[in-house]
Design a binder for this molecule. Structure first.
Ligand SMILES: Cc1cc2nc3c(=O)[nH]c(=O)nc-3n(C[C@H](O)[C@H](O)[C@H](O)COP(=O)(O)OP(=O)(O)OC[C@H]3O[C@@H](n4cnc5c(N)ncnc54)[C@H](O)[C@@H]3O)c2cc1C
Length: 380
């Protein structure tokens, strides 16, 4: 079985490794000339170890045991029973690429996917060699689009259309009031529907950033925040990030065809935090299982889809939160909800969702108020 993977990043490399390990003839095509550029600092939950089935030790640059959350007039400090991991993307990709190569996957750089055509059960993939400008065609049994938020494979397979948000972050010297084992999160609904963060990379350096509706707002929001916190930017990291949509997975090609999309290309991103690493790896594993065992990709994605849908529900509510709502929420996080947030990770919302509501029924009132606000706004 010949498999062509487009995109040598988190999702594509992990899918390539899992498939090649089981004997598939895998080729990975990447338009860039190296792995993991531009640099990106990532924070993930330790669920990554479970999905990978190993600890990506060489990619971990820091571990974070505490999260401090701030709203206008409240704050909460959570001690995570499973610390978050701060990962350097380039190191993670080099690790995954090495595993894929050891399993006999072939890596082809400087090749851009341009389209595909289906001939019976075979697919012919068109690729452009970006060094020579020549077009190449490759015949394959299975095509995997792991080519990120602006996926050309998804467009060619007519299953694109997810909403994009802008993520902007910058490395800064670790401020005096921050600690290398503590992430900080600020909710400021006037500036962003999401939040600002500080992720410590070491006892010297941290990453500060935000997500906003578009790059302009991200830029002005971050500039203001850096001024307020008196921080000097060292090196910016930015890109569009896709948002999971309720219908999206139903439109992903699966089952009757042999073209699949995975990771950011399929919008498999938690829209509460816009984290897509663990979910992209999770989806890559589901896809490899589906291909290797002749199962339905959509069915293999069920567990992940439930998780992503719950994040989407929470995001819809948070989008309408005002400063007072965040004050109430943070007070709950410092009160009855503290244990649950300390015990379970952001990648296990489906396990903790019901307990959260049972423990703090006022969450329903808080959500209902935000929902009502959204209704009133849309009727104006
Ligand atoms: C600044 C920033 C910070 C982030 N921080 C976090 C974080 O802390 N935690 C977290 O979980 N997530 C984070 N994310 C999101 C996370 O990085 C993505 O969800 C994740 O990288 C998705 O991986 P992927 O393999 O699906 O796609 P990508 O990483 O986008 O990789 C796509 C690959 O496909 C290649 N490609 C694209 N088009 C073509 C083509 N036509 N032909 C050939 N190759 C192509 C690209 O060059 C790239 O290598 C962050 C994102 C950004 C932008």
């Amino acid at each position: 079985m010949k498999v062509s993977v487009i995109g040598a990043s988190v999702s594509g490399l992990f899918a390539a490794y899992l498939l090649a390990k089981e004997g598939a003839e895998v080729e990975v095509y990447e338009r860039g000339d190296v792995l993991g550029r531009p640099p990106r600092t990532l924070i993930v939950t330790n669920k990554i170890n479970e999905i990978l089935d190993f600890v990506p030790q060489e990619a971990i640059i820091n571990t974070v045991r505490y999260i401090e959350l701030f709203s206008r007039s409240r704050s909460a400090r959570l001690e995570l029973s499973s610390p978050d991991l701060v990962v350097e993307r380039e190191k993670l990709l080099n690790l995954l690429a090495r595993l894929a190569k050891e399993a006999s996957a072939k890596m082809v750089f400087n090749h851009r996917f341009e389209g595909f055509a289906q001939f019976g059960r075979k697919i012919v993939v068109s690729l452009r060699n970006l060094e020579t400008g020549e077009e190449h065609r490759r015949s394959t049994d299975i095509l995997i689009g792991a080519d990120g938020a602006l996926s050309a494979v998804a467009r060619a397979a007519s299953c694109n259309g997810h909403h994009l948000s802008a993520l902007l972050q910058t490395r800064v010297w670790l401020p005096g009031n921050a600690r290398p084992d503590t992430s900080q999160v600020w909710f400021d609904p006037d500036r962003t529907k999401y939040f600002y963060w500080l992720i410590p990379e070491s006892d010297q350096v941290a990453t500060v950033g935000l997500i906003a509706e578009d790059p302009k707002r991200a830029e002005s929001g971050l500039k203001l925040f850096l001024q307020q916190q008196q921080l000097e930017p060292l090196e910016f990291q930015s890109a569009p990030v896709p948002m999971h949509r309720f219908e999206l997975m139903n439109s992903a090609p699966a089952g009757d065809r042999n073209v699949f999309i995975v990771g950011d290309a399929a919008g498999q991103v938690k829209v509460t935090t816009v984290g897509g690493v663990v979910t992209g790896l999770h989806a890559a594993r589901a896809l490899a299982n589906a291909i290797l065992h002749g199962r339905n990709y959509r069915k293999e994605l069920r567990e992940l889809k439930l998780e992503l849908d719950l994040h989407l529900l929470v995001r819809h509510v948070l989008n309408w939160f005002n400063e007072k709502d965040y004050d109430e929420l943070i007070a709950m996080l410092d009160g009855r909800l503290k244990d649950i947030f300390e015990e379970s990770t952001r990648d296990e919302l489906s396990n903790s969702f019901v307990s959260l509501i049972l423990k703090e029924p006022r969450l329903i009132t808080l959500g209902a108020k935000a929902f009502l606000r959204s209704m009133l706004q849309s009727s104006n």
